[in-house]
Design a protein around this ligand. Structure first.
Ligand code: KG4
Ligand code: ZN
Length: 418
């Protein structure tokens, strides 16, 4: 092995690992399909041939929610969510103040089957009526992604229906289309726990990256702030609640990249400044910050995130207008889109810049199976399905070309965030 050094050796190892992973995945899929198949093939019949609608089961397991949903999509694009089951892992991760990947993977394994069964039952259908199964196959925590994807592969084989591997971010991107008539193209601000990016969305799977974070994601920054201040997990809702009684101007905090001509984000400086501000508070108050002090800091932090998101979005709106004739539509999606102050500020920004705002209802901001079912149904309608050897991907940019040229790609402990 001595001659095989450095990057050559790593490449070889990587290729072996990929081959091994592909083998394991198809093996698990065959085993699962055999298990499901033995039980189910006795009682089921194949779905009826041509229909003017599709019933799609969506499976989501990329982070800390095990979720499944059955969605009915008519040929004219009308959508009805028949069920949406979300099993949260908040209790498991709360003691650690963040998601523990190994614990998350185990919890997905334990819950995936019952969550899928409940989704089908609540939809009032039987398994044979499903036309396709869609599952998140990345990006995300790999243990969870593999669990959901394998379960979907098993169902695909045993029911003899197409499998659609869905990019989790595409699920968020189409989430307003679950409830609103929001046609393509639109400008998208995707703000979640792992991602913060601005994209032009021209159609199904057609994304152009306008900006993305160079370090942390907005949701991650909310979570870290909550952890610093001992507010609990998940951090976003906890910070929002604490901020409700605070003064957003009380603490001076930085707003990185404000006014810059590009549409990228940076949150690490804000995160550190919030930590320092909290330490100063503690020192000044001899070890104990008052509820009033905490509320003021939470409100000031939330306002800083809000200002950053609006400023960067304004730049992206100008970029979008250079290539799109309008009417202009703007979508905000992902867990952080549940924040009321951020929604209100973006609403005003849209009014001032001649954009119509589309934001999913709160239940579809965080991770859910319905958005995956919809992304799958839209692909199915275009005849786009996946092979059974499709792999789970920890990283999967929506706009691969831009990600390859993104100065942020490859940096940071979580790698590319574009
Ligand atoms: O989309 P999501 O459920 O999962 C990922 O794909 O990452 O987003 C989760 C993130 C967490 O960081 C959480 O703290 C944040 O969304 N979040 C919020 C709020 N609700 C959830 N951030 C700010 N305000 C909220 N109300
Ligand atoms: Zn998400």
């Amino acid at each position: 092995m001595g001659w095989l050094q450095g990057s050559n050796y790593r490449t070889l190892q990587y290729q072996r690992l990929r081959k091994h992973r592909r083998y394991c995945q198809s093996l698990i899929a065959r085993t699962l399909s055999a298990m499901y198949g033995q039980v189910m093939l006795k009682t089921i019949r194949k779905p009826k041939s041509k229909q003017d609608f599709a019933l799609v089961l969506g499976v989501e397991s990329s982070c800390d929610e095990t979720a499944a949903s059955v969605l009915r999509r008519a040929q004219d694009g009308q959508v009805e969510v028949l069920s949406s089951i979300v099993a949260s892992q908040d209790e498991i991760h709360t003691p650690y103040g963040g998601v523990v990947p190994e614990l998350a993977a185990r919890a997905h394994m334990q819950k995936i089957e019952s969550v899928m069964v409940r989704a089908v039952e609540q939809a009032g259908i039987n398994w044979t009526q499903l036309h396709a199964v869609a599952a998140t196959s990345g990006p995300g925590l790999i243990g969870g992604v593999i669990t959901g994807l394998m379960a979907a592969k098993g169902l695909s084989v045993s029911l003899d229906i197409p499998l659609i591997a869905v990019n989790h971010l595409e699920g968020h991107a189409v989430s307003p289309r679950l409830t609103d008539d929001c046609p393509f193209p639109y400008l998208l601000l995707l703000v979640s726990g792992g991602h913060t990016q601005l994209l032009g969305v021209k159609g199904v799977g057609d994304f152009t990256r306008l900006g993305s974070t160079r370090d942390d994601a907005a949701g991650e920054t909310f979570d870290k702030t909550a952890k610093i201040m001992g507010l609990g997990f998940p951090g976003g809702p906890a910070v929002e609640k604490m901020a409700a009684n605070g003064d957003p101007k009380a603490v001076k905090l930085p707003r990185p990249f404000m006014g810059k001509p590009h549409a990228d984000f940076s949150f690490s400086g804000l995160k550190t400044a919030t930590l320092r501000a909290y330490e100063n508070l503690i020192n000044a108050k001899l070890g104990q910050a008052s509820e009033r002090d905490k509320a003021n800091l939470a409100a000031s932090f939330q306002q800083a995130v809000c200002d950053i998101l609006c400023d960067r979005t304004k730049t992206a709106m100008d970029m979008f207008k250079r290539t799109d004739k309008g009417p202009y539509r703007f979508v905000v999606a992902g867990g952080v889109a549940a924040n009321a102050r951020i929604r209100t500020a973006l609403d005003k920004l849209c009014t001032d810049n001649n954009f119509t705002l589309f934001a999913p209802p709160l239940k579809y901001c965080g991770d859910n199976g319905a958005m995956i079912a919809l992304a799958g149904a839209e692909r199915l309608a275009l005849g786009i399905t996946s092979d059974l050897d499709v792999c789970a991907r920890p990283r999967w940019p929506l706009d691969q070309d831009s990600a390859d040229n993104n100065p942020a790609s490859g940096f940071g402990k979580k790698g590319p965030k574009s």
